[in-house]
Write a protein that binds this ligand. Structure first.
Ligand SMILES: N[C@@H](CCC(=O)N[C@@H](CS)C(=O)NCC(=O)O)C(=O)O
Length: 216
């Protein structure tokens, strides 16, 4: 078995949250940083790993894992002793999976439709119901707090704190008090502070490399 998780990475993307999770887990990892501005995610080397050309992508031994939700679940399970995942027989396991999948199957599609000003699909056909329902479901769950699963910090909180923060920053998710309190509390954690700081440096370096290559 490999001893390092390899994370294909670009700063200020969904991969940022995965790196925060790796820090939270104290996992040994290497970053394989791609500069989107230089099109490095569209080059054959990376496309052979993930034909979608997207990050986060993780390689661990022979296993390649794409889709951020799958990656979070996989990594938290890989290091169960860190306590960020409920065990298979823990009653919280079901809700844990529920709120992970809700990100990919409801929250993100609802946000994309809203961001692109697309009409919501008719309710019976919509995978997420309505944008307002998605926001209210998350608000109500987070209001129970202090974490998504109540009194226990899990890998879910990395995903949701990052997702809600980005959604608010882009003006798509409403700035509800519950979301602001929740994300502010999570963003004080050393793992997030460290990764966001390093992301700023990486983003600057990538911008400079693009300018040097004549791409603006
Ligand atoms: N369904 C994927 C989406 C990943 C995704 O869209 N990643 C963006 C960065 S946040 C990306 O790699 N964009 C580059 C591109 O598509 O060219 C997931 O959940 O991980």
């Amino acid at each position: 078995m490999a001893d390092q998780v390899e994370l294909f990475y670009a700063p200020q993307t969904r991969a940022t949250g995965v790196r925060v999770l790796l820090e939270e887990l104290g996992a040994p990892y290497t970053l394989n940083v791609l500069n989107f501005k230089l099109g490095e995610n569209r080059q054959s080397g990376f496309l052979a790993v993930n034909p979608a050309g997207k990050v986060p992508t993780v390689r661990f031994g022979e296993a390649v894992i794409t889709e951020q939700v799958a990656i979070y679940i996989y990594l938290a399970d890989l290091f169960p002793e860190k306590g960020l995942t409920p065990a298979l027989d823990d009653p919280r396991r079901g809700p844990y999976l529920r709120w992970f999948v809700y990100m990919a199957s409801c929250f993100e599609p609802a946000l994309v439709d809203r961001a692109l000003k697309r009409e919501e699909p008719p309710r019976p056909m919509s995978p997420y119901g309505s944008f307002d329902t998605v926001i209210e479901n998350m608000r109500a769950q987070i209001a129970k707090g202090p974490y998504v699963l109540g009194d226990r910090l899990t890998a879910l909180d990395v995903l949701w704190a990052m997702g809600l923060r980005w959604g608010i920053m882009f003006g798509i998710v409403p700035e509800l008090d519950e979301f602001k309190r929740y994300t502010a509390r999570y963003f004080e954690r050393p793992a997030v502070v460290k990764v966001l700081q390093e992301d700023q440096n990486l983003a600057r370096e990538q911008e400079e490399a693009a300018i040097a290559a004549g791409i603006t």
